[in-house]
Ligand binder design. Structure first.
Ligand code: NAD
Length: 246
């Protein structure tokens, strides 16, 4: 059934979440082994108000960025299956909530990857907006600056990710909405679909006539809208599912 839909789909848009990267060794937030499931206080580092107000939260955040498993992670079979879909000419876009850069590292065209929650591969000054490659900022952390300020204006820096309380970049989200509305199959992979407005892209896609297929181990608030739900591990099931489309 899903294979049939994918075979006949002119354009497939994929929304990915943290679950596609767990098999690369990067924990998700809300799964059974999730960072926030195990340590609810860790969410403070992802909330802009506490980040700006509390230097200790920032110090913890920089250490956490430095020690993040993404630096040593490699893409897995799930990421690679999406590269194959693109090479087969069937991928409209990958809208990712992930910040780990693994789609691009797998070989996905960066022009087709829409990072709605930003990227941890850069840092951004919250005052002047200067972007700096994250390794340059983390090198300063290693040299003893536990909360490195912007070298241009002295402002507070943060990873170029969207924290809770920050608004999404309008042009980036507009591109995501266009991709959701302009597809025959919308595939939501490895997301608890608990973060809006990203999760609401499922509704945009369905409202514009796409079939919604959810690949996720746990239930999501959008399950009732889905035409099909797959609960198996992404790295095993995505290559099989998508091979039928390629
Ligand atoms: P989430 O943690 O809320 O949900 C992940 C979902 O994936 C869970 O429901 C879990 O059951 C499922 N899952 C995990 N591994 C799976 C597997 N192998 N097979 C099938 N299902 C699997 O993640 P989210 O919805 O993306 O929202 C979390 C937010 O946190 C995002 O905005 C994202 O920016 C950020 N985040 C990113 C990363 C990353 O870049 N890799 C990691 C953690 C969190």
């Amino acid at each position: 059934m899903i294979g049939e839909w994918l075979r006949h789909a002119g354009a497939v848009t994929v929304l990915t979440g943290a679950g596609i990267s767990t098999e690369s060794g990067i924990p998700d937030f809300r799964g059974p082994q999730g960072v926030w499931t195990k340590d609810p206080k860790a969410a403070a580092m992802s909330t802009i108000g506490t980040y700006v107000a509390d230097p200790e939260v920032r110090r913890r955040a920089w250490r956490s960025r430095r020690d993040h498993p993404a630096w040593g992670a490699e893409p897995n079979a799930g990421h690679r299956a999406l590269v194959d879909l693109e090479r087969a000419g069937r991928l409209r876009a990958i809208i990712t909530q992930n910040i780990d850069g693994l789609h691009q590292k797998a070989g996905s065209d960066p022009g087709r990857v829409i990072e709605v929650h930003g990227t941890m591969l850069d840092a951004e000054c919250l005052v002047c907006g200067l972007r700096t490659p994250m390794p340059e900022v983390l090198a300063r952390v290693d040299l003893g600056e536990d909360d490195p300020p912007c070298l241009t204006c002295g402002g507070i820096q943060k990873s170029a990710t969207i924290s809770f309380g920050q608004t999404l970049k309008p042009e980036v989200f507009a591109a995501a909405e266009r991709a959701a509305r302009d597809c025959d199959v919308f595939l939501a992979v490895g997301s608890s679909l608990g973060v809006e407005p990203a999760a609401g892209l499922c509704l945009d896609a369905v409202n514009d006539g796409a079939r919604l297929v959810i690949v996720n181990a746990q239930e999501t608030p959008y399950d009732r809208l889905a035409d099909a739900i797959v609960r198996e591990p992404i790295g095993e099931v995505l290559p099989t599912l998508l091979s039928e489309a390629c």
